[in-house]
Design a protein around this ligand. Sequence first.
Ligand code: FES
Length: 100
Amino acid sequence: MRVAADEFVLAAARRQGVALPSLCEQGWCCTCAVQLLSGSVDQSASRRFYPEDRDAGFALICTGRPRSDLRLRTHALAAMRAHRDASGLPVPRGPTLPPA
Ligand code: FES
């Protein structure tokens, strides 16, 4: 999948016909969470993204712009919630999506 440097990863996915989970699309709810297998993402547009999230290998693709080639695993909401719980960070508890 191709993502422009100034484009959010989720928007690029949609543009290319890839449907992925999302809800707030403001970098807050974690519904769009992915696990980064390689590469880096600029999360400066996200409303709530912590250094601990980055250190744990998560990204929020609704408000994440690529800063390199990326390999990622989608549908990581449950894993990111578990990480936030374990780290003592806020965990949005909005609607849950069915498993992928
Ligand atoms: S859709 Fe809510 S954080 Fe991305």
